[in-house]
Design a protein around this ligand. Structure first.
Ligand code: SF4
Ligand code: SF4
Length: 174
């Protein structure tokens, strides 16, 4: 799975159309939405994924992900032991209406906690990258927001260069 990037040189409207098409295409394939975010360490990857997941607001969703589990969902050994099962199957036993009964439990499966993040994506240079599941409505919204914000950052980067960015954006003086 390789992450692609839209054309940042387009004007805002054309760029937005391109991002919309990228997200719609992922939705029609029921595939993943590649984001323009790469990471070079587990710590950086974790920080990005945490920031993205904190933006997911499930309030208006009818637990779409929990109602369409893909076959048997893998559980870590500790989760298997605590939940007394080998894998999560459809329908999930822990779903009550649209609520997860074990949402705040530390043994809620990692697969559930990290959703809609989709592991295994890379940039075209083979660098680990971030991708989200297009079946999640919040992932689609967040992906569009990230692309629009990233364009602004990219444009400013072109204006000030790496040195200027390090100093003015991150506040790091060398
Ligand atoms: S599909 Fe997305 S928005 Fe809906 S419940 Fe799952 S994570 Fe939340
Ligand atoms: S354990 Fe909770 S979050 Fe995971 S599929 Fe079941 S109801 Fe959904």
């Amino acid at each position: 799975m390789q992450n692609q990037q839209p054309d940042y040189s387009l004007d805002r409207e054309a760029y937005e159309d391109q991002v919309d098409r990228l997200v719609s295409s992922a939705q029609s394939r029921k595939g993943t939405i590649p984001l323009p975010l790469t990471f070079d360490s587990m710590r950086a990857g974790l920080a990005i994924v945490c920031a993205l997941l904190s933006q997911v607001n499930c309030d208006k969703c009818e637990a779409k992900c929990c109602k369409s589990l893909p076959g048997n969902v893998y559980l870590l050994p500790s989760e298997q032991e605590y939940l007394s099962m080998k894998s999560l199957t459809q329908p999930c036993l822990f779903l009550d209406g649209n609520r997860c009964l074990i949402f705040h439990n530390r043994h809620r499966p990692l697969t559930c906690i990290r959703y809609p993040y989709q592991p295994g994506a890379t940039s075209k240079d083979g660098i680990p990258a971030i991708a989200l599941a297009s079946e999640c409505p919040e992932a689609c919204r967040i992906a569009k927001d990230v692309y629009m914000t990233f364009r602004q950052m990219k444009q400013k980067f072109v204006d000030v260069g790496e040195e200027g960015y390090t100093e003015n954006f991150f506040g790091i003086r060398r």
